[in-house]
Design a protein around this ligand. Structure first.
Ligand code: SAH
Ligand code: SF4
Length: 355
């Protein structure tokens, strides 16, 4: 039998399965403490937990379902990990250092079916979803790496912006969030977690209804349907009007702000005219949205796209500001180590195929 990752269980699921076998909820709290506070890496280290509980858990679960395959460190402190899953698939996880703390960018799927024309992750179609355990394990692997450095560092922020479309792996993504925000465990502040989606409107309604207090980011990247469909084919099925309706619902239901992501692509979507159109589109919700202008990370296979000129970036920014739209130009991390999402993975796969 293939054992699942122990990190995939939410606290409630663990407590329920122990209860079913007649164990007290206290045992679940103990296991959880060993997993996420003491951060042991084997069942044998859980010395206070009842023997029968350990036996039961070790029959079905294990700690490590992936191995570190490649690790790249950047001068700015960014570390990019490539993990090899049990089935041989490779996934990426990135640790970034900020003034406000340490953030980790996690992968949710092996590949991505959305296939945006500028993205390295979409180069390879999705071969499978990651389990919730495989998503939590990425955070744990990074945290264990930090623990080894012995500098009392803790992952404080999470962005669900690695390979894959998190809303296409919805249930596992939700369980992942429940695990990492739980106060008995890693206790990462929900307000420090951001989930990014290419705009699967149906799931945005569901996400709003879930009332999980994490942040939502939308990969918009174009202010009109013609242009958005050209660069993101998902826009054909879910056009901007549908997406905006779902955002209105989200804003009403949650009273939270939304981040709008906008990659600036030279001479494609970076003219003043598009900035004006974007301001028009967001005008009625300008108190509640925040635009992140993202410098494009060039991808070899998508050579039709280049990074915008600095002057265009500043004009775009000024135009939004003048129209009262909150925005900022995103700081880059680890550009010297293939930081664009999915880039290290696709390069490594090519390299290994050539060998
Ligand atoms: N699938 C989700 C989350 C993963 S992508 C989504 O699309 O939102 C995370 C972010 O990285 C998205 O905003 C995506 O558009 C952006 N991105 C993808 N390729 C990029 C590149 N080459 N340079 C800069 N940002 C990129
Ligand atoms: Fe998938 Fe997001 Fe990349 Fe689009 S940008 S291909 S949705 S990972």
């Amino acid at each position: 039998m293939v054992k699942e990752s122990i990190y995939g269980l939410t606290f409630e699921q663990l407590a329920a399965s122990l209860l079913e076998r007649g164990h007290k909820p206290y045992q679940a709290s103990l296991v959880w403490e060993y997993l996420y506070r003491k951060r042991v890496t084997s069942f044998s280290e859980m010395s206070d937990v009842k023997k029968e509980c350990i036996e039961m858990l070790s029959e079905s679960f294990e700690f490590q379902t992936m191995q570190q395959h490649v690790k790249q460190e950047s001068e700015d402190g960014t570390i990019k990990f490539l993990f090899k899953l049990r089935d041989g698939n490779l996934i990426e996880t990135v640790l970034m250092k900020h003034k406000y703390g340490l953030s980790v960018c996690v992968t949710t799927q092996v590949g991505c079916n959305i296939g945006c024309s500028f993205c390295a992750s979409g180069l390879l179609a999705k071969s499978r979803d990651l389990s919730s355990g495989e998503i939590v394990e990425q955070i744990m692997n990074v945290q264990l790496h930090l623990d080894q450095r012995n500098q009392d560092e803790k992952v404080s922020h999470i962005v669900v912006m690695g390979i894959g479309e998190p809303f296409d792996n919805f249930e596992n993504m939700i369980d992942f969030i429940k695990v990492v925000i739980n106060h008995k465990g890693l206790a990462i502040g929900a307000r420090h977690i951001t989930v990014s989606t290419s705009g699967l409107a149906n799931r945005i309604y569901e996400f709003a209804d879930s009332q999980l207090p994490v942040n939502l980011a939308i990969s918009l990247h174009a202010p009109n349907n013609e242009l958005r469909t050209r660069i993101m084919k998902i826009n054909r099925a879910i056009p901007i009007e549908k997406l905006m309706e779902s955002l209105d619902y989200y804003l009403e239901k949650t009273n939270k702000r939304i981040t709008i992501e906008y990659i600036l692509l030279r001479d494609v979507n970076d003219h003043k005219e598009e900035a004006e159109q974007l301001a028009d589109l967001l005008q009625d919700k300008k108190q509640k949205v925040y635009v992140n202008l993202i410098p494009y990370n060039p991808v070899d296979e998508h050579s039709q796209y280049q990074r915008s000129e600095e002057e265009s970036v500043l004009t775009f920014y000024d135009t939004l500001k003048k129209r009262g739209i909150n925005c900022k130009i995103r700081q880059e991390h680890g550009t010297d180590i293939d930081a664009a999402c999915g880039q290290l993975r696709s390069k490594q796969i090519k390299k290994e195929k050539a060998q």
